[in-house]
Design a protein around this ligand. Structure first.
Ligand code: HEC
Ligand code: HEC
Ligand code: HEC
Ligand code: HEC
Ligand code: HEC
Ligand code: HEC
Ligand code: HEC
Ligand code: HEC
Ligand code: HEC
Ligand code: HEC
Length: 289
């Protein structure tokens, strides 16, 4: 394949070829003669950026040298189709991002035969309006494999409104993250995704209630949808609190509520009417304000 700049001559040649394909010789052929993909490629980020070498060279960076493919009238065995793991490895020649928490190569969704770049991205036919060349918009994309979590976020009464206003599964998850710990996006200082948005819950507080001893946000909240107000893991607040602050003795975390807290009386059951600073306080050790 002779490389040439896409000047006026080449453009004229393209037009000519389009009108007289019968006269085309393999030596003059370009991908555009036979493939629509070439005609729209200048709008693709791969056409605009570094791979934007004029003409067919832009295709070659992914599909490999297409000379023989063209000589043989489009024989598939002479062109790289980019399927499966091998295809992902081609993407990774340019997109091999590896940080402490992210690895395009070793990610849970990375480069396996069943889940790879093309499970979520499409170079030539991304979903209309989807950013980052995604095949489908979220949450539908993720829902195609993770039905449970998607259904929970869609159907449960208390939830984050994923799919609206830029809130996505990927607001919390890093789709290229390593397996483990839910592939969560970490914010400044290694915090989990929750306090990236709910900054007022981040602390530090003089009297902590979220942290190493008590546990993180998920000790009390579900990350996806919940049947309980405030996405709590239990339907009654006292039940939630007393699982750790047991009144019955035996093993319990933290301290036991004083004897005044008679659970047979309704006024002592709604713990957060008094312990309003349940996420931590700078003023009250008992988290009362
Ligand atoms: C960034 C890598 C990349 C570049 C550059 C690229 N392609 Fe592709 N191409 C793919 C992938 C991946 C597929 C598999 C289908 C998909 O994801 O859209 C594909 C599929 C195809 C197909 C098969 C039909 C289909 O949609 O499945 C044709 C034909 C094709 N590409 C032609 C081209 C031409 C012509 C160019 C240059 C203008 C080009 N490609 C540039 C990655 C690329
Ligand atoms: C003479 C026409 C012709 C030219 C020129 C041509 N192709 Fe093809 N190409 C075909 C045909 C026909 C097929 C479908 C083969 C099949 O389905 O068996 C094809 C298939 C493909 C596929 C799909 C392979 C797969 O495994 O799914 C890719 C990718 C592709 N071509 C890329 C290119 C690129 C890149 C160029 C330029 C370097 C190019 N083609 C030039 C005719 C052509
Ligand atoms: C030859 C190097 C190269 C190869 C191979 C390559 N890419 Fe890219 N890709 C780029 C460059 C350069 C950009 C543009 C980056 C930018 O705009 O900042 C890009 C952009 C992208 C984007 C869009 C980023 C955005 O924010 O909109 C996605 C998604 C992407 N590539 C996925 C892939 C996938 C999937 C493959 C394999 C099928 C692939 N790339 C193969 C170099 C490459
Ligand atoms: C599970 C689905 C999924 C898989 C698999 C996947 N991606 Fe992505 N990718 C996404 C999503 C979602 C975004 C948008 C991220 C965001 O909004 O934070 C994205 C964004 C990108 C971007 C642009 C932004 C960035 O983070 O640099 C590039 C480039 C990219 N992906 C390349 C790849 C490559 C290469 C592979 C294969 C090794 C791959 N992706 C596999 C879902 C996926
Ligand atoms: C508000 C943040 C947030 C959003 C939005 C979110 N997740 Fe999660 N997800 C989490 C957290 C936190 C975990 C739990 C990690 C752990 O157990 O350590 C998790 C866990 C998961 C897991 C691992 C299995 C499990 O249930 O523990 C999958 C799969 C998952 N989420 C998929 C999704 C999908 C799909 C979407 C979008 C439909 C989504 N998530 C939206 C925060 C979120
Ligand atoms: C093509 C199917 C597929 C798609 C699409 C997909 N996933 Fe996954 N996802 C998987 C598989 C398979 C695993 C399990 C990987 C493993 O166990 O090694 C997984 C694992 C996960 C995990 C848990 C990792 C862990 O630590 O256990 C989270 C979180 C997750 N995916 C979120 C997402 C999000 C968010 C999206 C959309 C951007 C998405 N997935 C799209 C197949 C998919
Ligand atoms: C991208 C920003 C963002 C992230 C990340 C985020 N949230 Fe939220 N959260 C919101 C918004 C916005 C609302 C308001 C409800 C809505 O419209 O989705 C909300 C609502 C809530 C509520 C219910 C508030 C009420 O008044 O009922 C709880 C509880 C909550 N989030 C906890 C969490 C936890 C736990 C995490 C981490 C797993 C988290 N959030 C991650 C933005 C975020
Ligand atoms: C010890 C249990 C517990 C932990 C841990 C916890 N929460 Fe809460 N959270 C609650 C309770 C109980 C409520 C309801 C308070 C009420 O009804 O007044 C609540 C309410 C909320 C609300 C909605 C009302 C408000 O105060 O804004 C948000 C948002 C929230 N929590 C986010 C978080 C985040 C983010 C984390 C992690 C940093 C977290 N929570 C950790 C128990 C907890
Ligand atoms: C996951 C277990 C857990 C849950 C659930 C929990 N706590 Fe705690 N709580 C603790 C631990 C552990 C401490 C001690 C913290 C420390 O010393 O750092 C503590 C401390 C406290 C204190 C301060 C006690 C003192 O004198 O220092 C109060 C008050 C309190 N919790 C109230 C509540 C309320 C109200 C709820 C329900 C909304 C609740 N807790 C839910 C584990 C929990
Ligand atoms: C009517 C207001 C009120 C309600 C409701 C309430 N508390 Fe308290 N709680 C207090 C006050 C005031 C204190 C501190 C004074 C004291 O020791 O009596 C306290 C102290 C505590 C302490 C600290 C004990 C110590 O030794 O430092 C814990 C733990 C506690 N409460 C847990 C709970 C739990 C769990 C619930 C819900 C089942 C709850 N509280 C409901 C007012 C309340």
């Amino acid at each position: 394949m002779v490389k040439r700049p896409l000047g006026p001559t080449a453009l004229a040649l393209l037009v000519a070829l389009a009108f007289w394909p019968g006269r085309m010789k393999a030596a003059d052929a370009t991908c555009a003669d036979c493939h629509e993909q070439a005609k729209t490629f200048s709008a693709n980020p791969h056409g605009r950026a570094k791979c934007d070498v004029p003409g067919d060279a832009a295709c070659v960076s992914c599909h490999g040298d297409g000379k023989k493919h063209m000589e043989e009238g489009g024989d598939k065995q002479y062109i790289r189709g980019l399927h499966g793991r091998a295809g992902a490895n081609v993407c990774l020649t340019c997109h091999d991002v590896t940080t402490e928490h992210e690895s395009f190569r070793d990610g849970a969704h990375g480069a396996t035969e069943t889940v790879n770049c093309l499970s979520c991205h499409s170079i030539h036919s991304p979903a209309p309006r989807a950013a980052h060349l995604l095949k489908k918009t979220q949450p539908d994309l993720c829902a195609s494999c993770h039905q449970g979590q998607a259904a929970s976020l869609r159907d449960k009464p208390y939830k984050h409104h994923v799919g609206r206003g830029g809130f996505e599964c990927s607001s919390c998850h890093d789709p290229h993250g390593r397996k483990g710990e839910g592939m969560l996006k970490l914010g400044r200082g290694g915090d989990g995704p929750c306090v990236t948005c709910h900054t007022e819950k981040r602390g530090p507080f003089v009297f902590e209630h979220v942290g190493p001893t008590v546990g993180g946000c998920l000790s009390c909240h579900t990350p996806h949808g919940s049947p309980n107000p405030r996405q709590l893991i239990r339907s009654n607040v006292n039940q939630l609190c007393l699982e750790c602050h047991s009144q019955l003795g035996g093993s319990f975390l933290g301290s036991r509520p004083p004897a005044t807290h008679n659970q047979n009386l309704a006024r002592w059951r709604n713990c957060t009417t008094c312990h309003t600073a349940v996420h931590g306080s700078n003023q009250s050790q008992q988290l009362l304000k």
